[in-house]
Design a protein around this ligand. Structure first.
Ligand SMILES: *[C@@H]1O[C@H](CO)[C@@H](O)[C@H](O)[C@H]1NC(C)=O
Length: 401
């Protein structure tokens, strides 16, 4: 009988709590202003231009002091080049996308503008769901044929923005890069999917540059260029649970393109899988003077399936041998750890450190690395030029420091 009294209190709480939760949800719902693009004139038929309706929804959301929800219902929406500018009067704009947003079928419409969907100076925004179809196949074919083609447009570009969350977005067939994060702080991509043909040119999955505190989690990237490329001025980047392939791998670089550029610092890449990619974990710099650098990099728990260059540092990048022959990279690479990296290399040299004569790589650590060649049939090799470091645990191929 004594236990009845606490139970009574508990059941009383259970009766009161739901009411409190419902009323707080109602309070939130009441303050969020919804803007449905269809109500604003967007047409879900995929052929009628809906750019104006999307811009109208953005302006209404951005100019209001109240939190806003922009709703893109199911259907296909044709949107041309669109720039969503901040700063906004509120920092809680949420896009709920259920439909597909498609780029113009003719790549000449976006031509050389560089970006398709551009967000600038936005603070506090989330995007969830949706498919962005860049319709890049015709432009890839043009580029592959060697004709004179426009450069194309990045599908979604975040510039000078902060506090952005993108979840469960799918980006298909971009003309150029899929997702770019440039000059941003605190951006989180989660559950993102990127798909483009393995032989499409310059269709990097995610490119991060001049940005801090970017997180890329639980994502699948299959594309024709780098799955993730990390440019100068990237700090405090976290990449976890990413599957890459086809593609060119996860790449820091190319660094040192400019004589004066900021460095890359504190990058963590963990729990990644590469399938049939050109590279796995790569650091790449131009072979010419620069103030750039890369330091405090951790690559941990990676699995490679038939990857051409599973672990590679290449400091002699000099495409078409223009403006770099005979020079040495000024980019200093230090404190790079490869820990628990396993799998198969498609070429004999599974580990390659080709560092700068002027700025040798220092503080490279190989810790439990096991890579074999030809699906385990043959031992792989490691190659070191101007590279110094230490090996721990089982390291195969054995280190060449
Ligand atoms: C490195 O970056 C992570 C985020 O990726 C952050 O949590 C951590 O504090 C940073 N470390 C340093 C020393 O700045």
């Amino acid at each position: 009988m004594n236990s009845r009294s606490p139970l009574g209190v508990a059941s009383l709480l259970f009766m009161v709590l739901p009411i409190a939760i419902i009323s707080s949800q109602a309070a939130i719902a009441a303050t969020v202003v919804e803007h449905n693009v269809v109500s604003l004139g967007a047409n879900p038929d995929g052929v009628t231009g809906s750019t104006q309706a999307f811009m109208g929804a953005w302006l209404a959301a951005c100019r209001s002091k109240r939190p806003a929800m922009i709703i893109v219902p199911p259907g296909r929406f044709l949107v041309g080049g669109a720039t969503f500018n901040g700063p906004c009067k509120n920092n809680a704009i949420h896009w709920r996308i259920q439909g597909v947003i498609t780029a113009p079928a003719d790549y000449n419409v976006l031509g050389n503008v560089g970006t398709w969907l551009l967000f600038q100076n936005v603070d506090g925004m989330s995007i969830s769901g949706g498919i962005l179809d860049g319709r890049g196949a015709a432009l890839w074919a043009c580029k592959a044929s060697g004709k004179n083609c426009p450069s194309g447009a990045t599908t979604i570009f975040f510039s000078s923005s902060r506090n952005i969350v993108v979840s469960k977005l799918m980006s298909l067939h971009s003309q150029l890069f899929h997702i770019v994060i440039y000059g941003c702080q605190n951006v989180r991509l989660q559950g993102v999917k990127v798909f483009a043909s393995g032989d499409s040119q310059n269709t990097d999955g995610v490119h991060v540059q001049l940005s801090s505190r970017v997180t890329i989690m639980n994502s699948k990237i299959r594309t024709g260029d780098d799955c993730i490329s990390i440019g100068a001025g990237t700090t405090n980047l976290w990449i976890e649970n990413v599957a890459c392939g086809p593609g060119h791998g996860i790449s820091i670089g190319s660094l040192g393109k400019d004589a004066v550029e900021p460095g890359v610092e504190n990058v963590t890449v963990k729990n990644v899988v590469f399938g049939g990619t050109q590279n796995g974990l790569r650091i790449k710099s131009w072979g010419r003077p620069s103030t750039g650098f890369a330091k405090n990099i951790l690559f941990q728990h990676a699995i490679m399936y038939n990857v051409n260059n599973p672990i590679v540092i290449d400091q002699n990048y000099c495409p078409s041998n223009i403006n770099c022959p005979g020079q040495y990279s000024g980019v200093k690479i230090s404190d790079v750890t490869y820990k628990d990296i396993h799998g198969t290399s498609a070429t004999e040299v599974a580990v390659k450190f080709d560092c700068s004569l002027k700025n040798p790589c220092t503080g490279i650590r190989l810790d439990n690395v096991k890579l074999t060649y030809k699906n385990d049939q043959q031992p792989a090799r490691a190659s070191c030029v101007n590279a110094g470091g230490l090996a721990f645990g089982l390291v195969q191929p054995s280190s060449c420091f």
